[in-house]
Design a protein around this ligand. Structure first.
Ligand code: GDP
Ligand code: IMO
Ligand code: MG
Length: 427
């Protein structure tokens, strides 16, 4: 076993990855965010305080932890500086943060284009966070992207920005949008680069050194595998891969270092933005869960769509991301419901299936097949050991383990760091 643990969102994001990363960070030497950008919103609650991190790793509150923003991320330097200022104002001033020189830089034209592409979709929106994530990853792959390290080299940055603007301004012009001025952008981003210079480095070299020294490294995924560009509900996905498989590529570490993966999932399911959601509810139960779970987006404030736990989704995610443990979150939210349902399969055009179809057309026609389990009424928010949970609550967890063939290592019964029941130590 390696000294690593990967935290993977096992549904459509917002599963509680921030809480769990912060929880495990106490035993880590290094915490690494490896993909996505400020489309993420990771909530952390401890000592009566609440923080919502967007692109900064969730180990930032511990001065001894090295926090890494790895090469697989897309980083908006303006928003990163604002996020750091917010932390400073909240008294978080003693931290270690390392930013990959190879990470992609989100530029203002990416954000402009994100909004414009959405409005060109003729009503068939993806419902992105409008942070420029898709356009920034697109530029990375079409090789006109600017990287964080480029901001530090006056001459090279000028060349890269010049070439990028040739393309981007043409695109903006065609869309009837205001074009970007080279001089203004150049001055602004050079300044941002200088401000971030002390933190920008080759994080792959650093992480490999840490591995060799036997450091404990925690990888914090953003989004969830159902939003994965390859394995998610394409095209209603984000533009990166939150799977454990993407960690080596996104960090510059060898695949042999990755063998322990905790899938973070809610005890029910939520989704923000558009796209198919077979177990979605539109009734009083949805309202009950939304209100008890405060199911409103951390970044955008949008109400999250709510549905029952879907074991088909979990098995898909387990398969494509190699999950070996589950962390079951927001379990307290289900208290008070008479009957709970778990989706065990889908009916597609009259036949039973147990997998997630690849096309949106087919997935949208899937009807969830459920089993029912009795609920519980006891308040579980102060329960600290597994055996003290109500019998029906334990039966619900056992059923999830049986249906997903995965052990539930952690049960979360409230947003606070302390409201965490550890059944099996895994890190
Ligand atoms: P992330 O994006 O995966 O880090 O999740 P978010 O922070 O966007 O959303 C999870 C929300 O659930 C946050 O408001 C958390 O404070 C909250 N939360 C996490 N775990 C629990 C839990 O066990 N119970 C309750 N009631 N809330 C939780
Ligand atoms: P965390 O890390 C939930 C969703 C958006 C949209 C789709 C594409 O907090 O779990 P994007 O801006 O990435 O191009 O939007 O993905 N989405 C998330 N949903 N949690 C997230 O992050 C998300 N990041 C993106 O709502 O449907
Ligand atoms: Mg979130």
């Amino acid at each position: 076993m390696n000294n690593t643990l990967v935290v993977v969102g096992a549904q459509w994001g917002d599963e509680g990855k921030g809480k769990i990363t912060d929880f495990y960070a106490r035993s880590a030497d290094v915490v690494v965010r490896h993909q996505g950008g400020n489309n993420a919103g990771h909530t952390i609650v401890f000592d009566g305080r609440k923080f919502a991190l967007q692109s900064i790793p969730s180990g930032i509150f511990n001065p001894h932890i090295k926090n890494v923003m790895a090469n697989g991320m897309v980083i908006n330097p303006v928003s990163l500086v604002e996020e750091l200022e917010r932390l400073h104002k909240a008294g978080v001033t003693d931290y270690q943060l390392f930013i990959s020189d190879r990470a992609a830089c989100v530029m203002p034209y990416h954000q402009m284009l994100d909004g414009a592409y959405e409005s060109l979709k003729g009503g068939r929106l993806i419902g992105t966070t409008k942070k420029g994530i898709g356009p920034a990853y697109t530029d990375k792959y079409s090789r006109v992207g600017i990287r964080m390290g480029d901001l530090l080299d006056a001459e090279y940055f000028a060349e890269r920005l010049h070439d990028a603007l040739l393309q981007k301004n043409l695109e903006l012009k065609m869309l009837g949008m205001e074009q970007c001025d080279f001089d203004t952008l150049y001055a602004q981003y050079r300044e941002l680069g200088e401000r971030l210079r002390p933190m920008i480095c080759d994080t792959s070299v650093m992480l490999n050194r840490e591995m060799e020294q036997g450091s404990k490294i925690l990888f914090e995924g953003a989004q969830g595998v159902m939003l994965c560009i390859d394995h998610g509900t394409y095209p209603f996905v984000t533009s990166s891969s939150p799977t454990a498989a993407s960690v080596p590529l996104n960090t510059g570490l060898a695949p042999r270092y990755i063998d322990r993966v905790v899938g973070v999932c809610k005890a029910y399911t939520t989704r923000v933005g558009e796209g198919p959601f077979p177990t979605e509810l539109h009734d009083d139960t949805a309202e009950y869960i939304r209100e008890r779970g405060h199911e409103y987006g951390t970044v955008t404030g949008r109400p999250r769509r709510v549905g029952w736990f879907d074991a088909v989704v979990l098995n898909h995610v387990r398969r494509v991301s190699g999950i070996n443990y589950l962390s079951l979150m927001l379990f307290d939210v289900l208290t008070g419901l008479d009957t709970l349902r778990i989706c065990t399969g889908y009916r597609l055009d009259g036949r039973h299936i147990d997998y997630v179809p690849s096309t949106i057309a087919e997935l949208s026609r899937c009807e969830a097949e459920y089993i029912e389990l009795p609920g519980w009424t006891e308040d579980i928010t102060s329960v600290s050991d597994y055996d003290s949970l109500p019998a029906n609550a334990k039966a619900y967890i056992s059923k999830i383990e049986e249906l997903t063939s995965t052990e539930v290592a952690v049960v979360s019964v409230g947003p606070d760091r302390e409201q965490t029941i550890v059944r099996r130590p895994i890190f």
